[in-house]
Design a protein. Structure first.
Length: 193
């Protein structure tokens, strides 16, 4: 076990020396590196001293330094026109909350079908886009707000138009019951073409 720990320490020490390229001891700095020289791993350096590294040495002096500052020989394609079918603009935003665009009337219980019913009207206030509306209706017991029924429907409404549907939920009333109808959720997304 002790031999294994000693090996691990030796491998770690060799790794640190290889990465740093130097060993400090006895107050004297000495660099170690590949190739037997005292240059260490300092690229373009001066041999491991405390001076900052300079540029690479030994390069050919016939490297051109008068490179063009701009790309003047590239073709110009101009600005995209407004009739360009490939240019696009950001889609206009909309408020997904459609509560203000929905209303309900005629909250009732139909004894012949044993259903709560509620007529819901959805009005698309946008003049240019169709929207798909998701509307949820709940019937609650009056006073203690116990849920008696629930219905959710989707309807697509054209720009500037209104649509009416009847929400319904089956429920058998066995005793005198007072209830309320409410639109519990109304949201919209742009209708796909």
């Amino acid at each position: 076990m002790q031999r294994r720990s000693l090996r691990l320490f030796a491998v770690t020490l060799v790794g640190v020396l290889a990465l740093t390229g130097s060993l400090t001891g006895c107050g004297k700095k000495k660099s170690h590196g590949l190739g037997g020289s005292d240059s260490g791993f300092v690229s373009g350096g001066t041999g491991g001293g405390d001076e900052p590294a300079s540029g690479p040495s030994g390069l050919s002096s016939d490297i051109p330094t008068d490179l063009p500052s701009g790309a003047s020989d590239l073709p110009s394609y101009g600005s995209p026109s407004t009739s360009d079918p490939y240019s696009s603009s950001a889609p206009s935003t909309y408020n997904p909350d459609a509560t203000s665009e929905t209303s309900g009337t005629s909250c009732r219980y139909d004894q012949s079908t044993s259903q709560f019913k509620y007529d819901v009207t959805v009005t698309n206030t946008d003049a240019t886009r169709s929207f798909r509306y998701s509307v949820s209706v709940s019937w609650n017991e009056y006073g203690n707000d116990g849920l008696l029924g629930y219905d959710s429907q989707d309807v697509t409404v054209l720009p500037g138009q209104s649509e009416t549907f009847t929400a319904a939920a089956s429920y058998t009333i066995t005793k005198r019951t007072q209830y309320t109808c409410q639109i519990s959720l109304a949201s919209k997304t742009p209708a796909s073409s």
